[in-house]
Structure formats: C-alpha cells, structure tokens
Design a protein around this ligand. Structure first.
Ligand code: SF4
Length: 288
C-alpha cells in the first residue's frame, strides 16, 4: 500500500458524497430541527446560527439550538429574531435549562450574528453563498461573524458544498476541519505523524488534495467515528483494511507496545471489577 493509494481512496469516498444527489444533512437526528437547518431558502440564518453554536459542545447539542428557539418563539423568521434583545436571547439560551456550555458568550454571538446578517446581507443570510462565489469568499464571510474561526468557517463552507449542494466557483479554500478523529485516522493510515498540530495536518491535506482539501474531511471523520476507535480500532470491518490500504494492522510492534499488550491481557485475565477496567483502558490508550 502507498500513501497515493490511500489518498486516492479517501478522495474517491469524498467525491461520492459530493456527487450524490441528496441535498440533505442530518445535523441533530431530530427531524424537525434538521428540516429547519436544511431549509436554506426560508431560514438560511438557522444554518448560520447552527455553525456559530458549534463550539466546545457535542455537535448535536449545538445544532439543535435554532430549533429550541423556534419552539419557544413560535417561529424562526429573521423578523422575529431581529426583534430580540441580547438579554432576551440570553434568557432563551439559559431558561428553563442551559442550551450551551458557554451560554453567555453564545448569546452574544447569536445576537451579533443577527445584527450582522441584517446590516451586511439585508436580513437574507443566503446571500453569503448564492451566485456561485469562490470558496475563499464564503470562508471569509463566515469569519466576519463573532466567535467564528477558520475551523468553523471552513466547516460551514464544506457542509454547504458537500452536503447541501450549494455551487461554488472553486473549492481551494475549503480546508479539512482537524479534530481528534481526523488526526487519529491520518496518523494510523500513515499520512501524518502522531499528534501533529492542526496547522500541520491542514497543510498536509492541502498538499494531498489541493483542489479541495476539505474533501478528505468526511471520509477520515467517518472512519474515526465508526471503525478507527481510539482504544479498539475495528480493523477487521474497516474498508481501508479490507482494501489492504492501511498499514496499521500490520505494523511492527515495539517491545514496549508488546509489554503493554501483555499487561492488558493479564489484567483482563486476572482482575475483575471497575479499577481493573480503568487500568485496562489506560494501558490500551498507550497502544493506540
Ligand atoms: S484499518 Fe484499522 S487502523 Fe486502519 S483506518 Fe481502519 S480501523 Fe483504523
């Protein structure tokens, strides 16, 4: 197996998703919330707010916030949202329960986003991505929102292009969004070193697929989420292993790794109960 073959397979998986006819993305698993977020014609600001909330909490919890607001307010029209004060948004964000780990900061981000959509985009957030803009334009426009950094801005552009089939004139500036799954899969596939920085992996993805670096995002993330688990990678079921593309299952184990593996086996065989489980988990982490 070669790195070229691995990249070719990841790109092919990414292209299949990009070329699929389905223009729908499951953000939350809640049908009503997902319908709101996918309705870019009537509620484009819901997608923008969802992106802005997607920080430091589980994605599903962040993306359901527009729907939670709509439930209380009765709708999620831009007119309704633009009439809300920052204090009212904070109240909706925190009562009867906190919708976000950083409710205060996110309330400010929410409020500022509505103001910016009003002043820059005439209340129509879809103007951020309509008329086939370049990927750099879309990423730049998302970066104008308070609380949005390159990771969220490129994620937003990636979901619009890849999942919601919004046409762009190019895809050069849509980077990979590096998280723990992507980092682990890149390392085990032999594309990067262990614990490389976000910047380093971002540039690596640019070098591997310059026309659309973010195309590698979804295949790597799916492998990490479904097969390449942190402590027990399910290599026998993994498509990369079935195609003999991943070097990880055949890696040469060092003495240290073998010693840790033996300890895991000993603990499994000899000691039962919670403390033993914790030890096994810790030891296995050293193997991963
Ligand atoms: S073959 Fe194993 S190590 Fe390689 S990507 Fe799949 S699950 Fe991860």
């Amino acid at each position: 197996m070669t790195k070229e073959a691995i990249v070719k397979e990841l790109v092919a998986q990414g292209k299949r998703l990009l070329d699929s006819s389905s223009a729908f993305h499951e953000f939350t698993g809640n049908a009503d919330a997902d319908a709101l977020l996918n309705d870019l014609e009537r509620f484009p600001h819901a997608f923008v707010i969802g992106c802005i909330m997607d920080r430091q909490v589980k994605a599903e919890r962040a993306w359901i916030i527009p729907y939670e607001f709509a439930r209380v307010l009765g709708d999620f029209s831009f007119a309704t949202l633009s009439a809300l004060s920052q204090a009212r948004i904070y109240k909706l964000m925190t009562k009867p329960r906190s919708l976000h780990r950083f409710a205060e900061d996110m309330s400010r981000n929410f409020y500022d986003a509505i103001q910016l959509i009003g002043s820059n985009w005439g209340g129509d957030a879809s103007r951020i991505w309509t008329n086939k803009p370049s990927s750099a334009q879309v990423v730049y426009r998302f970066l104008q929102f308070r609380g949005v950094g390159p990771k969220i801005a490129t994620m937003a552009a990636n979901i619009l292009a890849r999942n919601l089939k919004v046409p762009f004139s190019d895809y050069f500036s849509i980077d990979i969004s590096v998280d723990v799954q992507v980092r682990r899969v890149f390392w085990r596939l032999g594309l990067s070193e262990r614990n490389e920085s976000i910047d380093s992996i971002t540039y690596l993805a640019r070098s591997l697929n310059p026309e659309f670096p973010g195309l590698l995002d979804s295949p790597a993330w799916n492998l990490g989420r479904n097969y390449c688990l942190e402590t027990e990678p399910n290599c026998s079921k993994c498509p990369m292993s079935k195609k003999h593309l991943c070097p990880w299952p055949n890696r040469k184990l060092t003495d240290d790794t073998l010693a840790v593996a033996a300890s895991v086996r000993d603990h499994r065989a000899g000691v039962k109960g919670k403390p033993a489980k914790r030890v096994v988990r810790k030891l296995k982490k050293r193997l991963s």
